[in-house]
Ligand binder design. Sequence first.
Ligand code: HEC
Ligand code: HEC
Length: 201
Amino acid sequence: MKRLTLSITIAIMAAFPGSVSAAGDAGAGQQKAQVCAACHGLDGNSTGKDFPSLAGQVPGFIAQQLAKFKSGERVSALMVGMVQLLSAADMADLDAWYASQTPAPRAIGEAQLETALVGQELFRGGAKQYAVPACMACHGPDGHGVPVNYPRVAGQWPEYLESQLLAFKSGERADPVMGPIAFRLSATQIRAVALYMSGLQ
Ligand code: HEC
Ligand code: HEC
């Protein structure tokens, strides 16, 4: 009897491989990501500056943000409709798919190098007199992020990074960690550090 139960369990596990693991299935995620491609690109390298790239994001961060859009903790007029029908398993699959994709590098134009250097100083050293910590302490020395909570910022659209820092600063995107940090940055510093991060590879 015990043997029969065991073989039935194995058969079920083989039929539904995704259901036995908390980690997502990238192949299933690719299918589910078709509705996302118009904005976030087929491979997670997005189609324009208004849409964040998702390729190569740290595992776990995308699922976490999708859950925040669904609960209303993070507000976006475009994303709220996209997440209503997603289950936790769907979110894990989408997460696994985008995390497995390769982010396209982004170059910083020569005319912007001076601004990027100001951003580099902030990213690597923070601003002690304003109690701003170095961004790389959490986002990594190359901006590749640290799973699960600290997102990759390298290679992201500078306009998106800037808009999110301004949203953290105003409280529109409420976050207990990034809120106080962005609050102490000027709009000029935000623009500079966003530019620098976008050029990291
Ligand atoms: C109509 C365009 C559109 C579609 C389709 C769309 N998104 Fe988005 N998505 C956006 C925009 C705009 C944002 C930025 C929201 C903000 O400013 O907070 C975003 C943000 C995100 C973020 C947060 C990224 C980050 O770095 O914080 C994730 C994750 C995400 N989308 C996943 C998805 C997934 C998965 C789908 C498909 C199920 C999808 N999106 C479909 C427009 C779209
Ligand atoms: C103590 C850790 C910590 C430090 C230091 C830190 N961050 Fe963050 N950052 C986070 C966390 C956590 C999030 C995710 C917030 C959320 O869940 O919405 C985040 C999110 C972000 C995002 C949004 C990315 C996205 O794709 O949605 C940007 C941009 C960002 N940080 C920039 C910076 C900059 C610039 C600095 C330095 C001035 C900095 N961070 C310092 C922890 C940190």
